[in-house]
Design a protein around this ligand. Structure first.
Ligand SMILES: Cc1cc2nc3c(=O)[nH]c(=O)nc-3n(C[C@H](O)[C@H](O)[C@H](O)COP(=O)(O)OP(=O)(O)OC[C@H]3O[C@@H](n4cnc5c(N)ncnc54)[C@H](O)[C@@H]3O)c2cc1C
Length: 376
């Protein structure tokens, strides 16, 4: 494993790989090495030494950190100033901010606050040519050039090695209120989430645990939260009166949705990204096949635990206008099923052209996504 200490060392590792014809897999915390095809022929390039906050200006709500800094360290630093990341990043212990950006990870509040790509202001990286470059800025107002930060979000280590990132922050809401409806049928639960999002009540998050609970969250100042609670309770009265949940229980419920934590751990885990209006129609046949699921983002994100039926899962997602990612599965299954939803040929051709612009000789193409044939 390579553990470069500075940008020059990353550049020379990439240059050596280019001349030796070897591939490199970028690793942050390494908590997701089991994502995608197993047995990849690549040397690991760890960002372990790229750790620590470089600049944090609470008054400007902007933070710059090395890409290998753990999420835990960042969350602790910003919480101490009563601030946080609005997209609510999450991950196993040891997850780094580089891994979170490369995975395009966001939590429950994504439905109202946007995803990581809406909060990454700038970055510094080394390309597949071994060249260091910067994009974006360290300030919120910046309008020049291509929006490369958006491209790096969800790039899964295939475009460049991020070494430093700058993110926007938000003040932590002084109050968080979770409203809970118990035992609604799925149809009512999905309808409630959509209706809640349509109300002028600034709902922060909305989730549904089938057969158990449907819950929404209001963030903000006390009087505003109280007024919005009253508005929602009246507007959604046909679903019954909600309970207001206190914080330890509420946190437990929201965590149960994250990464499908509430689901049985044995079957393969899928992550379906769907238009909320189509979500229930897409998921119902999969539940009838024995699937268990949780719905987040008002139905826009479904974590599904279901053994077999891979083609049906992908077809259902496509019919609904979404896509299905194989989030967790045994090695045998990951060796034959691509983790990412296959793209339309035109989109795939475009993605490939973008990848070749950053990485012309495929040094970051490790066949993780079973598309080695498309790498050239
Ligand atoms: C579909 C999906 C499923 C998920 N499933 C889980 C789960 O089951 N459990 C869980 O805890 N979290 C899960 N997450 C959350 C998320 O993947 C992790 O919290 C986060 O990505 C891990 O950070 P890491 O540093 O350990 O990443 P790593 O495992 O080190 O890397 C993750 C990806 O990011 C790339 N990468 C890492 N650092 C950099 C960098 N500096 N520059 C460029 N690329 C980089 C890697 O090449 C790799 O492709 C999931 C997210 C998604 C989108």
């Amino acid at each position: 494993m390579h553990e470069p200490q500075n940008i020059e060392e990353i550049s020379s590792i990439v240059a050596d790989a280019l001349s030796g014809g070897t591939r490199l897999e970028i690793i942050g915390g390494g908590t997701r090495v089991d994502f995608g095809a197993p047995g990849r022929a690549a040397a690991l390039l760890s960002l372990k030494a790229f750790s620590g906050i470089i600049e944090y200006d609470p008054a400007e709500l902007v933070l710059t950190a090395r890409a290998g800094t753990t999420l835990a360290e960042l969350n602790a630093a910003v919480a101490a100033k009563n601030q946080g990341f609005a997209f609510e990043p999450w991950g196993a212990e040891g997850s780094t901010i580089g891994g979170i950006i490369a995975g395009g990870v966001a939590g429950a509040r994504r439905v109202s606050a946007g995803s990581v790509r809406d909060h990454l202001l700038g970055f510094e990286a080394v390309s597949g040519r071994g060249e260091p470059f910067r994009a974006g800025a360290k300030v919120v107002k910046n309008v020049t050039g291509y929006d490369l930060p958006k491209l790096l979000c969800g790039s899964w280590g295939r475009l460049a090695v991020m070494t430093e990132v700058t993110l926007k922050l938000l003040p932590r809401p002084p109050e968080r209120l979770t409203l809970l409806w118990r035992g609604l049928a799925d149809e009512a639960g999905f309808a409630l989430m959509r209706e809640a999002m349509r109300q002028p009540a600034d709902v922060a998050a909305a989730s549904h645990l089938p057969g158990q609970a449907t819950f929404i969250r209001l963030d903000g100042f006390g009087p505003s939260v109280a007024a919005r609670r009253a508005l929602l309770t009246a507007a959604l009265s046909r679903y019954g009166a909600p309970e207001a949940l206190g914080e330890p229980e509420a946190a437990f419920l929201w965590a149960a949705c994250q990464g499908g934590a509430a689901l049985p751990p044995e079957p393969p885990l899928w992550r379906l990204s769907l238009p909320p209006r189509q979500a229930l129609a897409a998921i119902t046949p999969l539940a009838e096949l024995g699937g268990h699921y949780v719905a987040d983002w008002a139905g826009g994100l479904i974590w599904l635990a279901l053994a077999g039926h891979e083609e049906t899962i992908r077809t259902q997602a496509e019919i609904a206008g979404g896509h299905a990612t194989l989030a967790r599965a045994p090695a045998e299954m990951r060796a034959r099923i691509p983790a990412l939803h296959p793209q339309l040929p035109t989109i795939e051709a475009l993605s490939r052209r973008v990848r070749r612009a950053f990485d012309p000789l495929c040094v970051f193409e490790t066949n993780r996504f079973l598309d080695a044939a498309n790498a050239d």
